[in-house]
Design a binder for this molecule. Structure first.
Ligand code: UDH
Ligand code: MN
Length: 346
């Protein structure tokens, strides 16, 4: 009994001791905000502050960098004359060339589209290529055209309009389809209507539009670099979105080879526009050799159709172009539009 009372007294004393101990610790902690202890904390804080400053600086510079790249609309305009042009170049057509290599050479192109990274392009241009069964020619053209257009510092995209089936070929209607489909992607200011087998030899031949429709092929290797005939408006031509719209595009009724380019010339002239060409020494092309394709025989109706252009242009063209889009493939180097454009009537 006596022992028990003694233990109780001791434990009560212990409780007091613990309480006093706690009180002292609180006082000591409060005191630590002044004097030597304070210095230690400040030092620690100073280290953290420096690191934080560093991080903040880094972050700020990253934000500055990011906003610099983000405001591409505010990039300086590309120079009026691209400093990247090299003039005439020797074209090669290696049989060993393949699409994977051309893709590797053009990593800057995505889904057929490119814009300069260091300046704001002055021109936006859609290249439209009518196509069927000319894969090798397409590969050579892509190989040369992508770097050529990049040296011109253009914002561009390449569209290949592929005629499905084996009905008679219709180059002009495919180009109408290309125009109608491309403007769904972007409001391209300028359109280049481009044969698959014509490769430009000189990058001073600028792929841009003007106040007047432009014909870019003055000479081809196969015709001694002479204009085929006065008024020739075929091969590669450049028209603004508005010029092409104004003439109601190409006629849809030229099935087989020939006449559709002359028809476009008639439409242009009827609108009092005047075809212009770059100087002969730069408007030079190499045509990859080929024979007449099956399914693209000479169009025997072409002269008869041409006589009707002046009265038919209003109702035959972009506003009457009927087709079924079978697929749109956005490949690294071009947009492929496979289309059913029907077949000649009768
Ligand atoms: N095209 C095709 N596939 C075809 C037919 C034409 O892709 O089956 C396209 C291609 O873009 C081509 C363009 O339509 O560049 C014009 O057709 P083309 O190259 O046949 O026309 P071109 O005037 O040749 O160059 C005509 C026939 C050449 C016969 C040579 C015999 N001396
Ligand atoms: Mn050809």
């Amino acid at each position: 009994m006596i022992v028990c009372t003694a233990i109780k007294k001791v434990s009560r004393k212990c409780k007091y001791a613990v309480l006093i101990g706690l009180l002292l610790s609180v006082l000591a902690w409060k005191a630590s905000f002044t004097g030597d202890t304070n210095k230690t904390i400040d030092d620690n804080f100073a280290i953290t502050q420096t690191e934080e400053d560093k991080l903040r600086d880094e972050l700020n510079s990253r934000i500055a960098e990011a906003s610099h790249t983000n405001i591409s609309a505010e990039k300086d305009e590309c120079p009026e004359k691209s400093p990247l042009l090299v003039g005439a170049s020797k074209l090669t057509f290696e049989s060993s060339l393949n699409l994977k290599d051309v893709e590797k050479e053009n990593k800057v192109v995505t889904k057929g589209e490119y814009e300069p990274s260091d300046c704001k392009a002055r021109h936006s241009v859609a290249i439209l290529i009518p196509h069927r069964n000319r894969e090798r020619h397409l590969l050579y053209l892509l190989h040369h055209l992508h770097p050529f257009l990049q040296r011109q510092q253009l914002h561009y995209a390449i569209y290949v309009i592929h005629q499905a089936g084996d009905a008679t070929f219709n180059r002009a209607k495919l180009l109408n389809v290309g125009y109608l489909e491309a403007i769904k992607d972007f409001s391209w200011e300028c359109f280049i209507f481009h044969d698959v087998d014509l490769v430009p030899e000189n990058d001073h031949n600028l792929y841009i539009c003007d106040q007047q429709p432009r014909h870019l092929v003055v000479g081809r290797n196969v015709t001694g670099y002479k204009l085929r005939y006065k008024g020739y408006f075929g091969g590669v031509t450049a028209m603004t979105k508005d010029q092409f719209f104004q003439v109601n595009g190409f006629s849809n009724n030229y099935w087989g080879w020939g006449g559709e380019d002359d028809d476009l010339r008639v439409r242009v002239e009827q609108q009092k526009m005047k075809i212009v060409r770059p100087p002969a020494n730069v408007a030079r092309y190499t045509m990859v050799f080929h024979k007449r394709d099956s399914g693209n025989q000479v169009n025997k109706n072409r002269m008869r159709l041409l006589r009707q252009t002046t009265k038919m242009w209003r109702v035959d063209g972009l506003n009457s172009c009927l087709y079924d889009t079978l697929s749109v493939g956005r490949y690294p180097l071009y947009v492929n539009i496979t289309v059913n454009i029907g077949q000649p009537q009768s």
